[in-house]
Write a protein that binds this ligand. Sequence first.
Ligand SMILES: Nc1ncnc2c1ncn2[C@@H]1O[C@H](COP(=O)(O)OP(=O)(O)O)[C@@H](O)[C@H]1O
Ligand SMILES: [Mg+2]
Length: 361
Amino acid sequence: MKTIAFFNNKGGVGKTSLVYHLAWMLQRLGYRVLAVDLDPQANLSAMFLDEDTLWRILENKRERSIYGAISPLFRGVGDIAVNPHIEIRSEGLGLLVGDLGLAEVEDELSGTWPRCLSGEERAFRVITAFARLTANASRDFKADVVLVDLGPNLGSINRAALVGCDHVIIPLAPDLYSMQGLRNMGPKVRQWQEDWEIRKLMATRSPIDVELPEGGMAPLGYVAVKFSVLNQRPAKAFQYWLDEMPGQYRTWIVKNDTEAEPSIDEDPYCLAQIRDYKSLIPKSQTHYMPIFDLGRPHGVFGASADAAERCAEDFEQLAIRIVDRAEFARPPAPVRLERSSAPPSLSARLNRLEKLVSKAS
Ligand SMILES: Nc1ncnc2c1ncn2[C@@H]1O[C@H](COP(=O)(O)OP(=O)(O)O)[C@@H](O)[C@H]1O
Ligand SMILES: [Mg+2]
């Protein structure tokens, strides 16, 4: 099982939309996926669940929401709940529902981080709360992969969340702010990883009874998101920033990298290029389903249907690259791309086209 965070301290670069679509795509490919909403804004939960369902869960199962499950520990009356609530969205796809209350633990996490250095058991319990909660849930759910959505900042919730992550994927929008985000977050994540190594060392010298995560936080690559396309190529204004990405990623994320800079199309660190899906995005949000499951019943046909199909291809490629890079085991079940909601296969489309042509002639 691998835990992968999507992180860029710049907001609006497409983190949440990526986690949402990738979760559905990996599930389609036969993996058991646990999506974890660790952004106090809870946007990922709002993409998966309509408002009524979300509020019902938070009302009835609050003590087992992400916030509820860790609150006994933060109130000083116990440890995390062993079993947080997993909202099943489909067979093989579960969600750890986010909670606006999460913002309340930011200060305590911040104050507790240095206390791990003196080997205090409670400090380790608090800092690893998200990591242990996610590990418990993924064991319960028998997840092959955990995808973690984070808020847009370099705060202590994100630091504690990353302590529980093996890998980090960086979404980049083709603009100046996204590049600035890279410049800030690259050194910061590296520093957090090193700081956690030191804390783990301190833990070995103290008699503490907490299962400590590895905290690898290893960068897996970047995903270029939200650029407009003209004539099958990114529009010129975006191409400038796309061309910047391989170099900027090497400068700020890859340590001691002296290799030559390839173009983005040939860059092995570029996991995918995800275009601007325009009106398909609000449609996907209205119907609470990924773009690649939208079709005629949702008012998607013609050029939009082609774009939805292209979206399936982009996310399938992204999913396969992530599986290969993060090296998590292939599922025992056969790949399930033939679900009824999946876009029709190429041969089915050709058959349909042939029928239309013969009808017309
Ligand atoms: N590929 C895309 N094409 C068009 N709009 C997108 C795309 N990805 C995300 N968006 C939109 O951009 C905004 C920010 O995306 P979001 O995923 O919430 O980013 P973040 O989590 O980084 O803040 C949202 O309104 C979302 O619907
Ligand atoms: Mg978000």
